[in-house]
Design a binder for this molecule. Structure first.
Ligand SMILES: [Cu+2]
Length: 491
C-alpha cells in the first residue's frame, strides 16, 4: 500500500522524540474527570466546566487552536462510572454563549437529556445545571453540546463517557479509547469559524482538513505482541464518516453504540462509524515485534489516509491465542412484533434530491428558498426548526411526528430519500436494527444511531418505555440544524 497522508494536513508531522513515543502508548489514557465532590459506591459525582481553551491539536511547537472545551482540553475529561451507579454532574457554563450537555446514547430521564427548548432551557453564560441520572447500561458513550452543535461541537465541546460493566470483564490486558474528530482549519492554522456554510449544509456537512485522535494529531500507538486490547472508538466529528481498516490485524467488533454484539469481524474488514456512533473492538496484537502497521480511514476510497500507526515493541507479551472476552448484554426491554406501532419516516432534501417543497414554520416553502435559508432538509415533508432561543431560529415548538403510549413496541421504517449519508440518532432509547438495505440484519444489534446510505431504508424496533419528548435527528450536525430533526413523544 502506498504511503497515505491525512487530508491536507496543515503541518508536517513532527519527528517523534522517545518521550512522545512513550506517551503515545497511552493514546487512550485520557485524563479522568475531576471527581471533586465526594463520590461513593452508589453515586459518581463530577464537575464539568465549559470554558474557552487553547488546544495543541497539532502538537507541541505548533500554534494552538482557540477552542471551546470541557475542563480546559479537547476532548473533555473522560467521565467514568459503573453500571448501576448514579451519575451527578455539576455543570458550569463559562462560555460567552448559552449551551447544554447531551448524554449521547444514555437511557435517562427526559429532563436530563440536554436538548434546549425541548427538555431544558439553555444554560446561560455564568449559569449552572445539575445533571443527575442512573446508569442502567454499561458501554462506550459520549457527551456533547446540543445547542448549535454545528459550532459548539466543532469548537470542541465533547468528551467520552465510559460505563464499566457491573461485573468486571476478564480477558483484556489493556484498554484504549480513540475519540476521532475532524477539524476545519483556516490556512493560518486557526479554526475556520464560518460555521453552517450553506454549501456544507446542503451537501455532506462540514468536512474538515485535520483528523485528530483524542484531540491531537495522531501519534503511533505502542503495542506488544499478544496483547488483548479493548479499543473503544467514538466518532465525534460533525460530518466525517470513517471506515477504519487495520493493516495486518483482524479486530473483532464486541459492541456497537455501547451494547454488546456477538463478536464478529466487521463487514469487508472495515469498522464504519458515522458521526455519533461508537464501537468496542477486540484488537489482538498479532503483529511482529519491531514492525509498524497502519490504521487507515478508507471511507472515501480516493481520499484514503493513514489515521495512525500501531508500533510494536521489541518484546512480545505472549503468543496470540485468539481468546475472546465476553461482554454481558444490557437490560434493554425487548420489543414485540405483534401489536407494534408501525410508522414510516422519510428523510428528504439536500442537493440533487427530489424535494420540491416542504413545510417550514407552518408554510409551504419551495426547495430553492429552503436551500437559501439554510434549511434544505425535511422529515415527512416538514423542516424541523430548533427552538433553542438562538438568533435566526423561529420560536415554534415542534409538533411530534409520532406519539406513542408508554410501554408500546414501535417499529420505525427509516427511509433515506436523498443522495447523502445520514446517521439517524434517537434520544433516550436503544433500538434493535432489524432490516437494512433490503436485508434482515442477522445480529439485530442494539443501537442509538443508524447510518443510512443514500436511498437506503432501515427498520428499527424498540419499546417506547421512556416518557417524554425525544429528539430524532441526523447526527451530521449541519443536516440536523438544516432541518433534519423531529420529535417522538412517549406519552
Ligand atoms: Cu444527515
Amino acid at each position: 500500500m502506498p504511503p497515505r497522508q491525512p487530508p491536507s494536513t496543515p503541518a508536517a508531522v513532527p519527528a517523534l522524540s522517545r518521550r512522545q513515543l512513550l506517551a503515545a502508548g497511552g493514546a487512550g489514557a485520557l485524563l479522568s474527570a475531576c471527581a471533586l465532590p465526594a463520590s461513593d459506591g452508589r453515586t459518581q459525582r463530577v464537575q464539568l466546566v465549559a470554558q474557552p481553551a487553547e488546544v495543541a491539536l497539532r502538537g507541541a511547537g505548533q500554534p494552538p487552536v482557540q477552542a471551546w472545551s470541557y475542563g480546559g482540553d479537547v476532548p473533555g475529561p473522560t467521565i467514568r462510572a459503573r453500571q448501576g451507579q448514579r451519575l451527578e454532574v455539576e455543570f458550569v457554563n463559562r462560555l460567552p454563549v448559552p449551551t447544554t450537555v447531551h448524554w449521547h446514547g444514555l437511557r435517562l430521564p427526559n429532563a436530563m437529556d440536554g436538548v434546549p427548548g425541548l427538555t431544558q432551557p439553555p444554560v446561560e453564560p455564568g449559569g449552572r445545571f445539575r445533571y443527575a441520572f442512573d446508569l442502567p447500561d454499561a458501554g462506550t458513550f459520549w457527551y456533547h453540546s446540543h445547542l448549535r452543535g454545528s459550532e459548539q461541537v466543532e469548537r470542541g465541546l465533547h468528551g467520552v463517557l465510559l460505563v464499566d460493566e457491573a461485573q468486571p470483564v476478564a480477558g483484556f490486558d489493556r484498554e484504549l479509547t480513540w475519540l476521532v474528530d475532524d477539524w476545519r482549519l483556516a490556512p493560518d492554522g486557526a479554526l475556520d469559524t464560518r460555521f453552517l456554510q450553506p454549501h456544507d449544509v446542503a451537501h455532506a456537512g462540514r468536512l474538515g482538513n485535520l483528523v485528530t485522535v483524542n484531540g491531537r494529531l495522531p501519534q503511533p500507538v505502542v503495542l506488544r505482541r499478544g496483547e488483548r486490547i479493548r479499543l473503544r472508538l467514538v466518532n465525534a466529528a460533525n460530518a466525517r464518516i470513517v471506515a477504519l481498516q487495520f493493516d495486518g490485524h483482524r479486530p473483532l467488533v464486541l459492541a456497537l453504540d455501547g451494547h454488546p454484539v456477538v463478536p464478529h469481524e466487521p463487514p469487508r474488514g472495515r469498522v464504519v462509524l458515522g458521526p455519533g456512533m461508537r464501537a468496542d473492538l477486540l484488537l489482538e496484537a498479532v503483529g511482529e515485534p519491531g514492525r509498524r502497521y497502519a490504521v487507515g480511514d478508507v471511507f472515501f476510497p480516493r481520499a484514503a489516509y493513514d489515521l495512525l500507526e500501531l508500533a510494536y515493541a521489541a518484546e512480545p507479551l505472549r503468543a496470540p491465542d485468539g481468546r475472546v472476552p465476553v461482554l454481558a448484554a444490557n437490560p434493554v426491554p425487548e420489543p414485540v412484533a405483534e401489536g407494534a406501532l408501525r410508522h414510516v419516516l422519510t428523510f428528504e432534501g439536500g442537493m440533487m434530491g427530489a424535494l420540491h417543497s416542504a413545510t417550514l414554520d407552518g408554510r409551504q416553502v419551495p426547495f430553492m428558498e429552503l436551500a437559501r435559508r439554510g434549511t434544505p432538509w425535511a422529515i415527512d415533508g416538514v423542516v424541523g426548526a430548533a427552538h433553542d432561543g438562538h438568533a435566526g431560529h423561529a420560536g415554534h415548538a415542534m409538533a411530534p411526528f409520532l406519539t406513542v403510549p408508554r410501554g408500546r413496541s414501535v417499529e420505525l421504517v427509516l427511509r433515506n430519500d436523498t443522495r447523502w449519508f445520514h446517521p439517524i440518532h434517537l434520544h433516550g432509547h436503544a433500538f434493535r436494527l432489524l432490516r437494512q438495505g433490503g436485508r434482515d440484519v442477522a445480529q439485530r444489534p442494539w443501537l442509538d444511531t443508524v447510518l443510512l446510505a443514500p436511498q437506503e431504508e432501515a427498520t428499527v424496533a424498540f419499546v417506547a418505555d421512556n416518557p417524554g419528548d425525544w429528539m430524532l435527528h441526523c447526527h451530521v450536525l449541519e443536516h440536523h440544524e438544516g432541518g433534519m430533526m423531529g420529535v417522538l413523544r412517549v406519552a
